[in-house]
Design a protein around this ligand. Structure first.
Ligand code: M6R
Length: 593
């Protein structure tokens, strides 16, 4: 994932490009660059590393001009370096790109035979070269871009400048997001809406197969063959403040603390306790025989949400559930038909594998109900229906509020299916809905473990390996806790079912391998206590998430993180909070990204 931006108007382009790239750093931060055109010349500045390195370079030599494009990169082809940083150029043409050009080797070889020399290892550099090739055949900028697009296979969004037509930016989109922002005498481009909100609230969301030609006071959208497409701009109503840090040291911490609000927003208007109903306007469930099966697909943290949902949908609605990694799904000839309810889960709504899994399922006639956080994202747009998590923009790369709100939506879907199939009574439903209404308050209380998690992180700061244990629906939370620690603190961690520990991993346990365990209650607690005794017997250190007032686990544990007493139904959601804070404090104390 990378972020791209563009500006054309009456002002200097550089401030917009840098400021909006800052908002897109969550999409990638291993290098960045901008290109600005003035007097029919394009000047490029690029730097390896975070955006501040580019800013330093620009402090020494500002780029002046009223039209420009920019990029923040997360490497896919070619290591992070100045040379591989975008923009890439070929004589008259400069390009920034988000995505992957699958046939770049083929194109590179063909263009090299035509005499093109490449400066970088990237797939992207073939694109300006290919456009240049068509310009050399006297094609206009627009036609050269169209002909280039026909040559490309893969996922992309581009913003392109050309010195032959220096007043326009051409952008194109296929499977990577791209938004136009409309101003007064100025136009903007960005990979997502929050990057534009400081400048405009009038946006045009481009669809796959669309390109746009943008000048300071006009814009038009065409398909890749050049036929005009009528698009209606949308007005965005989110507050800009919602996309900023709000006094917290990091976005991740802010987003952890936003969870009570995010959960409230996600529940809002969707549960009616008195009539024991869940209202999900967008969920279309044609009849009680449907679905024969539910298939959940996602990647990373969102996949952990799917694993928890299996417990809820099978337990409450008695429908068989399969959970797949979206990244594996289409490669194993999955058996899917029109009786399947297919649920892709994605915060961004742009994860390429999840999108591809969705397309695979749709091609086999499954009904696709997606769960997304980003409104109007590619996955949301392609689904038959969508239930949005109302977490607000998640800027932190480590998914936190998106995860807990995904769980809330999945639980609501399970309850709705259960009532529809009458696998739970009206009274049971009322009880569950009451539990759900308490959730924001319980999550708020769970946040009070913050200080304890910081103490624990300090005590174990130099530990290299952790084991995370849980059972039942807490097992996916152990996986999630371990993923979060790995992802942001760069400490090795494994999530395991506590029950499976004796089948191998127990051999690893000693005083250097602490065990983080989810032991807040439920019918599995006595078994978990048995596992903890085994850990103790091997000299292992225990860091336990426990229930308020617990005596038994805390006696065994070296450190305890206490959360309020909770109903089994919402246990995995509330248990997540201490593990997010623990990972955050490790990363903060270590100073990792
Ligand atoms: O946007 P998505 O939910 O589709 O992203 C999927 C994963 O890349 C994501 O959940 C990732 O694992 C998290 N950033 C980890 O914190």
């Amino acid at each position: 994932m990378c972020g791209i931006v563009g500006y054309v108007g009456g002002k200097n382009a550089q401030p917009f490009l840098i400021n909006s790239l800052k908002k897109l750093e969550y999409r990638g931060y291993d290098s960045s660059g901008i290109a600005i055109c003035a007097n029919k010349e394009i000047h490029v500045a690029r730097a390896k590393g975070k955006l501040q390195n580019l800013e330093k370079r620009l402090d020494e030599k500002t780029l002046e001009g009223h039209i420009g494009i920019g990029h923040t990169r997360w490497a896919t082809h070619g290591k992070p370096s100045d040379e591989n940083a975008h923009p890439h150029r070929s004589n008259h043409v400069v390009v920034v790109h988000n995505g992957i050009i699958e046939n770049h080797l083929e194109l590179r070889e063909k263009l090299q035979k035509e005499g093109f020399v490449f400066q970088s290892e990237t797939d992207t550099e073939t694109v300006p070269a290919q456009i240049e090739y068509f310009l050399n055949q006297n094609q206009s900028f627009e036609v050269a871009v169209q002909n280039t697009l026909k040559e490309l296979r893969g996922a992309f969004s581009f913003a392109i400048l050309c010195t032959r037509e220096p007043d326009k930016i051409i952008v194109a989109k296929n499977a990577s997001p791209l938004i136009l922002g409309l101003g007064e005498g100025e136009m903007y481009v960005a990979s997502d809406i929050p990057a534009l909100l400081e400048y405009t609230r009038e946006v045009v969301v481009l669809e796959d197969g669309e390109m746009a030609i943008i000048e300071k006071d006009r814009w038009s959208v065409k398909n890749f063959l050049g036929s005009e497409i009528q698009k209606t701009p949308k007005t965005i109503t989110w507050s800009r403040v919602a996309a900023e840090k709000d006094g917290f040291k990091h976005f991740m911490l802010k987003e952890i603390y936003e969870q009570p609000r995010a959960i409230t927003d996600t529940l809002r208007g969707r549960i009616i306790e008195t009539s024991s109903e869940v209202i999900l306007d967008d969920t279309i469930l044609p009849n009680t025989a449907f679905p024969s099966r539910v298939v959940l697909v996602a990647c990373g943290t969102s996949w952990h949400a799917a694993l928890v949902a299996k417990f809820w949908i099978e337990g409450l609605a008695k429908i068989p559930v399969e959970v797949d990694w979206a990244s594996e799904f289409r490669y194993r000839k999955p058996v899917i038909d029109n009786t399947v309810l297919f649920i892709p889960i994605s915060q961004s709504g742009e994860t390429a594998d999840t999108l591809a899994a969705l397309e695979e399922a749709q091609s086999k006639q499954a009904y696709v109900l997606s769960i997304c956080n980003s409104v109007d994202s590619s996955i949301a747009r392609k689904s038959n229906s969508v239930v949005y998590t109302h977490a607000g923009p998640e800027i932190g790369v480590a998914s936190t509020k998106a995860f807990t709100t995904q769980l809330v939506v999945l639980l609501m879907i399970a309850l709705r299916l259960a009532r529809k199939r009458k696998t739970i009574s009206e009274n049971e439903m009322k009880g569950h809905l009451h539990t759900l209404t308490m959730l924001p308050f319980l999550v708020e209380k769970a946040l009070s473990v913050d200080d304890v998690t910081k103490t624990i992180a300090k005590a174990f700061l130099h530990t290299r390996d952790f084991l995370y244990l849980g059972r039942g629906s807490s097992f996916p939370i152990a996986l999630e806790g371990a993923l979060k620690l790995k992802e942001i603190s760069y400490i090795h961690a494994e999530g395991y079912s506590a029950a499976e520990m004796k089948h191998g991993p127990i051999a690893l346990i000693d005083e250097d391998m602490p065990v983080v365990v989810l032991a807040t209650g439920g019918s599995m607690l006595p078994k978990i206590i048995g596992n903890l005794q085994e850990v103790k017997a091997r000299g292992g250190k225990i860091i336990a998430v426990i229930s308020e007032g617990d005596q038994e686990v805390s006696r065994l544990a070296d450190y305890s993180m206490s959360i309020p007493k909770i109903d089994d139904l919402i246990r995995p959601i509330v248990e997540t909070i201490p593990l997010q804070l623990l990972a955050y404090h490790f990363a903060d104390l270590k100073g990792t990204d």
